[in-house]
Design a protein around this ligand. Structure first.
Ligand code: F0G
Length: 398
């Protein structure tokens, strides 16, 4: 069943619908499988390990074996901060971001519904992922990208997998409005995170975290927030496992936004349930350069209901955290992903995160998604002759 998160109106699971016909709010999928967690034992480490919780026809699954991503204990950084730190490395998914989890379920649903065109607006990763899964399923794919603002790795992926890529004059929020209008006209099946089936895949991040911790909840999960689908999805996953009796506690959901694109943080600071859209969002973390997140109500509920938190970080803090994680722990992530680490550092300094807390930071996309920002942050390599004496002299000078 699909259900409105505001007025509770229910819709059949196979209806193509993105917002409630009664009140206009967004929707969620309701699923209550009656299974023991023992069924997960010995299954392959992909998100389909938890297939009973995925509301799609098992015989139609379109998968690139997404999920089952590394869960790295980061002792060096953790000890420096005085916490027990794990980093969930979503850049290890097939197209290099967590979006693959959502697209696997989303495209499977598209196959069930028999649609022949799928589409999305994107700051980059959603389009890269959709293009790959649409190719695998053999359906037409149309993506709308804010012109000149998409990191090159993501643009290359969308084009290379054969999507029809349209560069929209405007920002992400405007592109999303346009593609939503196309979807409502029936021109394409929309696979932005307003589509509740996307979040059904992404909730598996929450499943994996508690499974990796031996069926325990961490104290806190910290992640970057853009269109606000992922924080909502992970909270949904955590609650499903809590309701099923698989875990006894739940984490404080902590969302981090860039200072120049922070409508959710502004709402939390005022204790409000509605956001005021940011009309000209700006940040080096282009993935989260979003002013009017569609899942803001779900995200705000996740933050309030979990006794969580939300805060901003500056572009400078993001870039410095990106480098720190790469050099101290060997984990290369794109700028938006580093917002979670930058946020953690800030919250430890402010005493919001307490000493000894067990914290999971989700790093959402791979370093090479945004190669230009990575290269710009480094000095040019030294050009040398392939001469052992000259090379040795250079090494010994250092
Ligand atoms: N991190 C990365 C790397 C992302 O690509 C995104 C969103 C987010 C974090 C934020 O997640 O939107 O669920 O709050 N990227 C979308 C896109 C908007 O089009 O690729 P969110």
């Amino acid at each position: 069943m699909i259900k409105c998160i505001s007025c509770g109106k229910e819709y059949p699971i196979d209806e193509i619908i993105y917002t409630c016909k009664e009140c206009g709010a967004i929707l969620e999928v309701i699923i209550n499988p009656d299974v023991s967690k023992d069924v997960f034992d010995c299954r392959k480490q992909t998100m389909w390990k938890y297939k009973e919780f995925m509301p799609v026809d098992e015989s139609k699954i379109v998968s690139l074996e997404e999920g089952g991503t590394p869960f790295c204990k980061c002792d060096k950084l953790g000890e420096e901060l005085g916490i027990d730190l794990y980093v969930k490395v979503e850049g290890s998914n097939p197209t290099g971001s967590f979006k693959d989890r959502g697209m696997s379920v989303g495209i499977t649903k598209a196959m069930e519904l028999g649609v022949n065109t799928v589409g999305c607006a994107s700051t980059g990763n959603t389009s890269a992922s959709l293009a790959a899964y649409a190719a695998r399923a053999g359906v037409r794919c149309v993506v709308l990208l804010p012109s000149g603002k998409v990191a090159l790795g993501k643009l290359a992926q969308a084009m290379f997998h054969g999507a029809e890529v349209l560069s929209v004059k405007g920002n992400f929020d405007e592109a999303l409005e346009a593609v939503t209008a196309l979807a409502l006209e029936g021109q394409l099946y929309l696979l932005n995170s307003v589509n509740p089936f996307r979040l059904e895949g992404q909730k598996s991040i929450g499943f994996e975290i508690v499974d990796d911790l031996g069926w325990k909840s961490p104290d806190r999960i910290i992640l970057p927030v853009g269109n606000a689908g992922n924080i909502s999805a992970i909270w949904k996953g955590i609650n499903e496992f809590y309701e099923a009796g698989f875990i006894e506690d739940r984490p404080m959901m902590t969302g981090i936004q860039a200072e120049g694109a922070c409508p959710i943080v502004n709402a939390v600071r005022k204790g409000k349930m509605e956001i005021d859209p940011v009309t000209q969002p700006e940040t080096v973390a282009t993935a989260i350069r979003i002013g009017a997140p569609v899942s803001s109500l779900k995200a705000l509920r996740a933050i309030y209901d979990s006794d969580g938190y939300a805060d901003t970080v500056t572009d400078e803090e993001i870039l410095s955290a990106q480098k720190l994680l790469a050099r101290k722990e060997g984990i290369g992530v794109e700028p938006a992903s580093a917002a979670s680490i930058a946020g953690l550092i800030k919250l430890v300094e402010e005493g919001v995160v307490e000493k000894g807390e067990q914290v999971v930071c989700i790093v959402t996309g791979h370093l090479l998604k945004d190669p230009n920002t990575a290269i710009d942050a480094c000095v040019e390599p030294l050009e040398v002759d392939a001469d052992i004496n000259k090379l040795a002299a250079i090494l010994n000078n250092k």
